[in-house]
Design a protein. Structure first.
Length: 226
């Protein structure tokens, strides 16, 4: 997979992409990350924003630098991209969306800033819009990092054990069951004996039941999807 990130602040991504699972995915040559500074594609002295027509607070990202960046990438790669705008009005990001995106070969994440995009960016690019929650952030960079992390770890071969993703929260619309490791007892708190029994059938039943209980307690809305 190739992931292109269009942003006003490419330096924000360098540390994130250079550690943990995202670094491993690149080292395995399963993913390529490409950062593009939108300012470098502006037509007027790196100017990327302007006052909104009709008045209002803040500044709006101009369409030309974004279109220029997208078109330059498409000319260079001759590839069809799944384009994603990170915006508060987008579809709520979920594990199911992450799974869909993990099947793409080329992703292009476009990070907004200031008061958001000129509407012609949304109309002209015909992009998918994604939000990571009902709150406002300073820009689309952190949401883009969330999307990248969630998607990359689902690419086959990135994680050593695919069961790592199969058993995680939200994979089957359930939260993950409780996890324990050594020691078997700590400050009076015991690991459930069934997990040390060696009976794999009973362990699976315990895990499924605890996952159902936890979901019912913390996120009962997820049970409607089962």
């Amino acid at each position: 997979m190739r992931i292109d990130i269009l942003t006003l602040f490419p330096e924000m991504f360098e540390n994130v992409l250079g550690h943990s699972i995202l670094k491993i995915a690149r080292e395995k040559t399963l993913v390529q990350y490409h950062l593009f500074n939108i300012r470098e594609y502006a037509e007027n002295k790196r100017c990327v924003d302007d006052r909104p027509y009709g008045g209002g607070p803040g500044m709006v990202m101009k369409p030309e630098p974004i279109f220029n960046t997208v078109e330059a990438i498409e000319r260079e790669t001759d590839a069809r991209y799944k384009k994603i705008l990170l915006t508060p009005q987008g579809d709520r990001f979920s594990q199911s969306i992450a799974r869909e995106l993990a099947n793409e070969s080329h992703l292009m994440l476009i990070c907004g800033h200031y008061e958001g995009f000129d509407e012609r960016v949304r109309v002209g690019l015909d992009a998918m819009e994604i939000s990571i929650g009902d709150y406002v952030l300073s820009g689309g960079e952190i949401p883009a990092m969330v999307v990248i992390d969630a998607v990359v770890r689902l690419i086959p071969g990135v994680l050593g054990d695919m069961n790592s993703t199969a058993n995680e929260s939200f994979n089957d619309s359930l939260l993950e069951y409780p996890q324990y490791t050594r020691p078997a007892e700590y400050k009076g708190m015991q690991v459930p004996p069934v997990l040390m029994s060696g009976n794999h059938q009973k362990i699976k039943e315990w895990q499924r039941n605890r996952a159902m209980e936890r979901t019912l307690e913390k996120r009962p809305d997820l049970l409607n999807k089962i």
